[in-house]
Design a binder for this molecule. Structure first.
Ligand SMILES: [Zn+2]
Length: 394
C-alpha cells in the first residue's frame, strides 16, 4: 500500500490544531488525555502506512468526541482526492452516524459523502443525498453544481437544465451558455428521432439563453434542411459563420451537402459569388469542391493555380494540386509529383481537426462537451482545419 507523505502533512497540521485546541481547553475545562493518545496512535498508523488501522483509531476518537469532526472531514476529503473513495466513504458515513452533530456539521458531512459517491460513480446515491441537501440548503450553489455534474453524466438534460437554471437564478450568469448547450443536446436527440417540432422548440430555448450559440444556429439549419426549407437553412448556416468565423468550414460543409443532395451545385457556385471570396477561404474551398464534383476540370485547374499564387497557400490545396499533376503527367515527372504528394500527406496526418481551447485536447471529432476537461463549447477547429481552408485562425 503506497501512502504518500504529502497526505500526512495536512493531517498532521489538523492534528496540531486539534491538540492546541484541546490544550487550551484543558486550561479551562476538564479533558480526557486518553483521547489524545488515541489520536496520536491513529496518526502513528498513518505514518506507518497502515491507513485502515489509522481510520479505525481515528473513528474511535470521533465516536466519543464530536469536536474532531472537522478533522475527520479534512481526512475524508484527502482520501477522496487520493482516489481512495471507499476509505473516504467510511469516514464520512461514520461522521454522519454521530447523533451529537450540529446541523451544519451534518450537512457538511452529507455534502462530502455525496461527493464521494459522485466520484465513485454511484450516481443514484449521490443524487439522493444532494436532493435532500437542496431541500435544506436551497441557496447553496455547491449542491446544485454537484447535481449538475450528476445529470450531465446521466445525460438527463431536462434535470440538468432545471438545476442549472437554479444556479443561474442564484446569480451565476456564466451558466446561460451551458443551459443553451443542454437545449442543443435535446434538439439534437429530437432531430435524430425526426421529431422536428420538439427540435425547433429546444433550439428556440437555446437561443433564448444564448443568441450567439452557433451550435443552435447550426442545428436550426439542419432542421430546416430536414423540412426542405433550404433558404431558411442557408440563412441559419450563414449566421454560424457570422457569429464565429472559426466555424465557417463546418457551416460551408453543411451548405455544400445541402446543395449537392439537391443537384444544385451550379446554384451554390452562383450564390458563392456574393460571398467575400477574397478573404473567405472556406467559401473558396467550397467553390473548389463544387467544381470537382461537377467534374469541371478546367475550373479546378484554374482555381488551384490561382490559389497557389496566394501568399498563404494552403498545404491541403498544394496536396490537391500535386494530385492533379500526378494524374496528368507520366514517367519521372509523375514520380516526382507522387513522392512530393506522399511526403506532404505524411506531414498533414499529424494534424488534428479540433482543439479544446481550455485544456488543449486534440481530436478529429468535434465534441461540444470536451471529454477531458468537461467544458462546453471550448472545442474549436484548429490549424489543420484552417489550413485545409487556407485560413489562419490564430
Ligand atoms: Zn478540454
Amino acid at each position: 500500500m503506497d501512502f504518500v507523505p504529502w497526505l500526512l502533512l495536512p493531517v498532521a497540521a489538523a492534528a496540531g490544531w486539534w491538540s492546541a485546541h484541546r490544550a487550551s481547553k484543558k486550561n479551562n475545562t476538564n479533558t480526557t488525555p486518553e483521547l489524545n493518545d488515541q489520536y496520536v496512535r491513529g496518526l502513528n498508523y498513518l505514518l506507518n502506512e497502515q491507513p485502515d488501522k489509522a481510520i479505525e483509531a481515528l473513528i474511535n476518537v470521533v465516536d466519543t468526541d464530536h469536536e474532531t469532526v472537522n478533522t475527520h472531514l479534512v481526512l475524508g476529503a484527502l482520501f477522496r482526492r487520493r482516489g481512495e473513495i471507499e476509505r473516504a466513504i467510511r469516514i464520512h458515513q461514520n461522521v454522519i452516524a454521530r447523533p451529537t452533530l450540529t446541523t451544519e456539521q451534518r450537512e457538511t458531512a452529507m455534502l462530502e459523502l455525496g461527493t464521494d459517491y459522485l466520484k465513485a460513480g454511484v450516481l443514484d446515491r449521490a443524487e439522493n443525498i444532494f436532493r435532500k441537501l437542496a431541500n435544506k440548503q436551497s441557496q447553496n450553489k455547491r449542491v446544485y453544481q454537484r447535481l449538475q455534474e450528476i445529470y450531465e453524466q446521466e445525460k438527463d438534460w431536462q434535470q440538468a437544465i432545471a438545476v442549472t437554471e437554479k444556479l443561474n437564478r442564484l446569480g451565476d450568469k456564466t451558466q446561460a451558455s451551458r443551459i443553451a448547450q443542454y437545449h442543443c443536446e435535446v434538439a439534437e436527440t429530437s432531430l435524430n428521432k425526426k421529431n422536428l417540432s420538439d427540435a425547433k422548440k429546444a433550439i428556440k430555448s437555446a437561443l433564448k439563453y444564448d443568441e450567439r450559440c452557433f451550435r443552435a444556429h447550426l442545428l436550426s439549419g439542419d432542421v430546416h434542411v430536414a423540412q426542405q426549407d433550404f433558404s431558411k437553412a442557408e440563412q441559419a448556416y450563414q449566421k454560424v459563420f457570422q457569429i464565429n468565423r472559426g466555424f465557417a468550414p463546418i457551416a460551408y460543409d453543411r451548405m455544400f451537402t445541402m446543395y449537392a443532395t439537391q443537384n444544385k451545385l451550379d446554384d451554390l457556385l452562383q450564390d458563392l459569388e456574393a460571398h467575400d471570396l477574397e478573404t473567405n477561404a472556406a467559401a473558396r474551398y467550397t467553390q473548389l469542391r463544387a467544381y470537382t464534383m461537377l467534374q469541371n476540370e478546367r475550373a479546378v485547374r484554374d482555381f488551384l493555380h490561382a490559389e497557389l499564387a496566394r501568399k498563404n497557400a494552403s498545404p491541403i490545396l498544394v496536396k490537391r494540386y500535386l494530385e492533379l499533376m500526378r494524374e496528368s503527367t507520366d514517367g519521372d515527372v509523375q514520380q516526382t509529383f507522387a513522392t512530393l504528394h506522399e511526403l506532404l500527406d505524411v506531414e498533414l496526418a499529424n494534424y488534428r481537426s479540433f482543439r479544446c481551447t481550455s485544456c488543449g485536447y486534440d481530436t478529429n471529432t468535434l465534441f461540444w462537451n470536451c471529454p477531458t476537461c468537461r467544458k462546453w463549447g471550448t472545442s474549436k477547429p484548429n490549424r489543420f482545419m484552417s489550413i485545409e481552408y487556407g485560413q489562419d485562425l490564430d
